[in-house]
Design a protein around this ligand. Structure first.
Ligand SMILES: [Cu+2]
Length: 117
């Protein structure tokens, strides 16, 4: 039994930093690992999606999207309005994208969209 105390101390030293690290990582764990630290906060708001249809005439885009955390929305395919038609110039049907969508007075609106790398 004499040796059990050093063993216990060593165990604590090993376990405590790991536990603290775990706690610090909790928020990050909900986000994709992709991206650099510098971009982490901006990227956190972006949802993943795939373009199904682009309609510049009506400023709408159909996206098959993954979960949108800020809208509390599960994955689905749906139509969004876009705040600025020029956002649609950069994307076409079939593109994988990252985008930001907000609820603009109940109207779901894409405010930012970029090709996913
Ligand atoms: Cu949706």
């Amino acid at each position: 039994m004499k040796s059990s105390i050093p063993v216990l101390l060593v165990s604590l030293v090993l376990v405590l930093p790991a536990a603290a690290q775990q706690k610090a990582d909790d928020h990050a764990a909900h986000r994709p690992a992709a991206g650099t630290q510098a971009h982490a906060s901006a990227a956190a708001d972006l949802a993943d999606g795939e373009v199904r249809k682009v309609d510049k005439a009506t400023a709408r885009i159909t996206l098959k999207h993954a979960e949108i955390k800020n809208l509390d929305m599960p994955p689905m395919t749906m139509v969004f309005s876009v705040r600025d038609k020029s956002l649609l110039d950069a994307v076409k049907a079939g593109d994988k994208v990252k985008f930001k969508a907000i609820s603009d007075d109940g109207k779901l609106t894409v405010t930012e969209i970029q090709l996913a790398r």
